[in-house]
Write a protein that binds this ligand. Structure first.
Ligand code: FAD
Length: 532
């Protein structure tokens, strides 16, 4: 029997689920087909080490989701299906090798006092930057929520011009083009302030001197100051559990362990999908692919009589991955005790990225194919804000190792001989934990169990994470905005009529904001002007 739906969504990442939820809420019959045995893609939570220890395998910070138009539109349905967000007034901090720390908390007086202890000028500049953010944020977020190019995007620029003037729009343009170092040097004088803010560049793939890298540190830092940070109760997968529950309640359907082998195109129009099992699912109105463009190109390859699939494959063949990521999950019998002081234990994110010199070296080594001598670490402390993630008295750490090569050509420290990730990952995790131990002495003795997921493991679990690239495609300027995933393909139209693309590889890119999924859901539901 061949089943028919209005829409078939390929991939149960949060963007595919956002499209599915929105369409189902508008009366469409929808099925989501997912190759993995659990939904969520890069948002999954599992007992990766020991029973009772719930680790966010990938994304942990849900601030983008909490601030998203998708959440604003579907809030009631999601809350009804169990969504529980945990806000944190303490956001992110950097620990420094001299035993000090600096961090951003939602109370501006607190943050400013910390900065003022280093530089009175920087404390004034921080307040000035927050004022600027207040003026610019509505315009920047309006642009991030619009198709590019589109009338809505032009409207956002027009409104920005009316509100901020030419000079104000030029300031935003300059910010968008700047490297983290150029932007932060222009605004602050103390190296610790710059390092604390610039570390966000390496969450994407921006070493300190890469053009285009200033925007994310600006947005993340200022948003954290304004709104705090947001996490999931019991795990980041609270959004996935809520979306899947809500979708099912609306009559939608999710099939797991169901890899799609081909998207069927007839007469230039996507008609449905063929699963690896041989089963076919017909899509009467749309096929929505929550896929990396190279994955999508494979699924539409070889369709005779239509040049669009091969044009698409050619245009996206050069879509570059960002550097890889390794995840280390630790189950602990006590909290990390930071040399910099117990207050640091309240921060959900602690960066070990002490200065631009270290960040630049690490980035360059990874880009040259070397295992960095000193990794940059994002140390997540989920149990600081959500004790339900571990048995009483116990803790977990979420350690994201940024940035790493997909293919190992050597070791910048000259110590690790292995050249495959399966052989190198435990030794490299030892290096990361040894570094962490210098900031949190005694940590190693508290580790009950650890799970190490190399860049290759990330890609094995989710083919969208090519080479362990957490962004599903570099976010540098030549692959962002009109160029994501390629010029001419930025508006979420796939290489056939009725075929749409969502996900981190498409505008507005990576993160848990469900931006592309919601844009496409609204467009298909006739609530947004169709992109031409
Ligand atoms: C380690 C890590 C940490 C991160 N941390 C954060 C964070 O803290 N905060 C944040 O905002 N963002 C974070 N991100 C980024 C964010 O998680 C991702 O950008 C986002 O979740 C991607 O969502 P997506 O909708 O593009 O789909 P994906 O999550 O990529 O999911 C796509 C799904 O499609 C499935 N699929 C692929 N091919 C097929 C096929 N042929 N047939 C069927 N199914 C298929 C995959 O199995 C997958 O489940 C992180 C990412 C990683 C990897």
């Amino acid at each position: 029997m061949t089943l028919e739906f209005d829409a078939v969504v390929v991939g149960a990442g949060h963007n595919g689920l956002a499209t599915a939820v929105h369409l189902a809420s508008r009366g469409w019959s929808v099925t989501v087909v997912e190759k993995a045995s659990a939904p969520g893609g890069a948002v999954k939570t599992a007992e990766a080490t020991l029973p009772g220890f719930r680790h966010d395998l990938y994304a942990m910070n849900l601030s983008m989701f909490a601030g998203s138009p998708f959440f604003a539109s579907h809030r009631d349905g999601l809350l009804k299906h169990g969504l529980e967000l945990v806000p944190s007034r303490d956001g992110f901090a950097t620990a420094f090798p001299d035993g000090t720390w600096l961090g951003v908390s939602q109370d501006i007086e607190t943050t400013t006092a910390r900065i003022a202890a280093l530089s009175a000028a920087d404390a004034r500049n921080w307040r000035a930057l927050m004022d600027r953010f207040g003026r610019e944020a509505p315009h920047i977020f309006a642009l991030l929520g619009a198709e590019l190019p589109s009338r809505a995007a032009m409207g956002a620029v027009w409104k920005a011009w009316r509100a901020l003037g030419v000079a104000g729009v030029a300031d935003i343009a300059k910010l968008v083009l700047s490297s983290p170092r150029a932007f932060l040097d222009a605004h602050f004088e103390h190296p610790k302030v710059k390092a604390m803010l610039g570390a966000w560049g390496l969450h994407l793939d921006f070493g300190p001197d890469v053009a285009g890298g200033a925007l994310f540190p600006y947005l993340e830092s200022c948003a954290c100051q304004s709104f705090g940070m947001v996490f999931g109760r019991g795990g980041a997968d609270t959004i996935i559990r809520a979306m899947t529950g809500y979708l099912r309640s609306l009559g939608g359907d999710i099939r797991l362990d169901a890899p799609v082998e081909a998207i069927e195109i007839e007469g230039g129009r996507a008609r449905g999908v063929r699963l690896a099992s041989g089963e076919r699912l017909i899509a009467r109105r749309a096929v929505v692919a929550n896929l990396h463009p190279k994955g999508l190109a494979k699924l539409v390859a070889g369709r005779a009589g239509d040049r669009r699939p091969s044009d698409f494959a050619a245009k996206t063949a050069g879509f570059r991955a960002g550097p890889g990521t390794m995840m280390i999950h630790l189950a602990l019998n006590g909290p990390a005790e930071w040399r910099a002081g117990a207050d640091l234990g309240r921060f959900p994110y602690v960066h070990l990225a002490p200065d631009f010199g270290t960040m630049g070296r690490t980035y360059n080594e990874a880009m040259a194919g070397l295992l960095p001598a000193e990794p940059v670490l994002v140390v997540g402390q989920p149990t600081a804000i959500d004790p339900t993630r571990a048995p009483e008295g116990h803790h977990i750490l979420w350690v994201q190792v940024r940035v790493l090569p997909a293919d190992i050509r050597g070791d910048a420290a000259g110590a690790i001989q292995a050249r495959t990730w399966d052989e190198a990952k435990e030794a490299y995790a030892d290096r990361a934990i040894a570094l962490l131990e210098t900031y949190a002495p005694g940590l190693s003795a508290k580790i009950l169990a650890r799970a190490v997921h190399s860049p290759l493991d990330l890609e094995r679990d989710n083919p969208n994470l090519v080479g362990g690239d957490s962004l599903s495609g570099s976010h540098q300027l030549d692959q962002n905005f009109l160029f994501r995933p390629a010029f001419g393909w930025s508006k979420h139209r796939g290489p056939a009529d009725g075929l749409f693309m969502v996900g981190a590889s498409t505008w507005p890119g990576a993160g848990t904001g469900a931006g592309s999924g919601f844009m496409v859901g609204k467009r298909l539901a006739g609530e947004a002007r169709p992109a031409r």
